[in-house]
Design a protein around this ligand. Structure first.
Ligand code: FCB
Length: 456
């Protein structure tokens, strides 16, 4: 199974999950600092204070990436390193870190894929409402321009947001993520302002000369329990409506406005039931629909639902009244997430039909397992098999005509897995948090061979 020439192979991380050094070089506080330091929010009381200490070890980490033959590295910039309070002049010491990182990557012939927002909002902006406040969208565009001013001469690939669904609905809906708010109306407003921030930033970056812009969404095929193992199963009317509604809430809510300049009707209906649509102002959808060059898809598992009359909406899913979220009849990872590799091809085929003409990239895919270190090695056969299964499906999608440009594994390193803290290991490289020693797992060595072969 050989992939197309120029298919981009790489790995992804995010600032708060790996950097540590939270008080260095003028970095301000982020909502994740506040949230992780408030008892009860994160497993074992873990925080990102030290994480993988990547802020100090980035040079060695880039060397590791070179040894693994990565062609691309997707990382995020911590907004509070650039603007401690989320506005005003850029902090040169914060920018200097990413400047050094980019230069190292380029020297190792690894393409930097910069994500501007992977969830570490400056706390000062949250104090004014965070993403529920329209002004945050404008602040985001300003910050994006400041980062581009410093890195735009060397970085070609720019991503505005990582997974706006998660920012909005886990951050402001069920409160499992920072800032830990629990209000369906706030979550819906946050989603819109994230999209507005994306559109404003995309326009600014374009003006400044950026040629390759991407939005990264968490997406999944929305299936009934029967469809998980039988793609040809045909759901009844009520179940079909439930899957269609949840698809609109998860994926259509973001990609329809960005690609087609309109919200799905189910999303507008969810807004009407939760405070109204007054936050969507005239002209917003034109702004949000600024052209982008690629859609990034983070896929881990399908979303399984069925109709369940009378059930109230799930806190993370305003608008999901009368729907039950179900498990799948499939093996699971250490996160409890069902392993359904062909969910990836089913998703990509559907999305490339819904959004024709826009290339795709798998910007995250991977799995947490309970790894064991034995004689200095981690034989993570379960992760190899997860990755292999999903790569086969990526290949299948390409054969079915999907314009898929690359695949980035989540994650390069074991790291701070948000509400799960350090208890879940997603890395292809093992991190010993006591010594910060890095050891490539079997999956990393396997992935290196896939890259060298450009296939399976
Ligand atoms: C995604 C996030 C990423 C990581 C993986 C497991 O939702 O973008 O930071 O936590 O899940």
């Amino acid at each position: 199974m050989i992939f197309p020439e120029n298919f981009v192979w790489g790995a992804a991380t995010a600032s708060y999950q790996i950097e540590g050094a939270v008080k260095e070089d003028g970095r301000g506080q982020s909502i994740w600092d506040t949230f992780s330091h408030s008892p009860g929010n994160v497993a074992n009381g873990d925080t990102g204070d030290v994480a993988c200490d990547h802020y100090h070890r980035y040079a060695d980490d880039v060397e590791l990436m070179r040894e693994l033959r990565l062609a691309a590295y997707r990382f995020s910039v911590a907004w509070p390193r650039i603007q401690a309070d989320g506005s005003g002049p850029a902090n040169p010491r914060g920018l200097a870190f990413y400047d050094r990182l980019v230069d190292r990557l380029l020297a190792a012939e690894i393409a930097p894929y910069v994500t501007l927002y992977h969830w570490d909002l400056p706390q000062a902006l949250q104090d004014r409402g965070g993403w529920t406040d329209r002004d945050t969208a404008h602040r985001f565009a300003e910050y994006a321009a400041a980062v581009h001013d410093r890195l735009g001469d060397r970085v070609r690939h720019w991503t505005t947001l990582n997974e706006p669904w998660v920012s909005a609905f886990l951050g402001y809906g069920n409160g499992v993520h920072a800032p830990g708010r629990r209000d369906p109306g706030e979550a819906i407003r946050a989603a819109h302002h994230l999209l507005l921030g994306h559109g404003l930033a995309a326009a600014r970056l374009r003006e400044l000369g950026a040629q390759h812009l991407m939005l990264v969404v968490n997406s999944a095929p929305v299936l009934t329990p029967a469809q998980v193992n039988d793609p040809s199963a045909t759901p009844g009317e009520a179940d079909a409506a439930a899957t269609a509604r949840v698809h609109a809430l998860l994926t259509g809510q973001f990609l329809d406005p960005v690609i087609h300049g309109r919200y799905p009707e189910q999303v507008l209906e969810a807004a009407r039931r939760n405070g109204g649509t007054g936050h969507i102002q005239e002209g917003d959808l034109e702004t949000i629909a600024a052209p982008i060059d690629q859609i990034g898809i983070n896929y881990y598992n399908p979303c399984v639902v069925e109709a369940s009359p009378g059930r109230p909406a799930d806190a993370a899913w305003p608008g999901s009244e009368d729907v039950a979220f179900r498990g799948a009849d499939a093996p699971t990872t250490a996160m409890g997430w069902p392993i359904v590799p062909d969910g990836l091809s089913r998703l990509l085929v559907r999305l490339s039909g819904d959004y024709p003409g826009v290339p795709f990239m798998v910007t995250e895919n991977g799995a947490a397992f309970d790894d064991v270190m034995e004689n200095g090695r981690v034989h993570d056969a379960d992760r190899v098999s997860y990755l292999q299964g999903h790569l086969r499906e990526a290949h299948r999608a390409i054969e079915a005509g999907v314009d898929l440009r690359g695949y980035l594994v989540w994650s390069l390193l074991d790291n701070f897995e948000w509400a799960e803290g350090y208890s879940r290991r997603f890395g292809i490289v093992h991190v010993d948090y006591a010594t910060q020693a890095r050891v490539p797992k079997d999956s990393a060595l396997w992935f290196r061979d896939v890259i060298v072969r450009n296939g399976l």
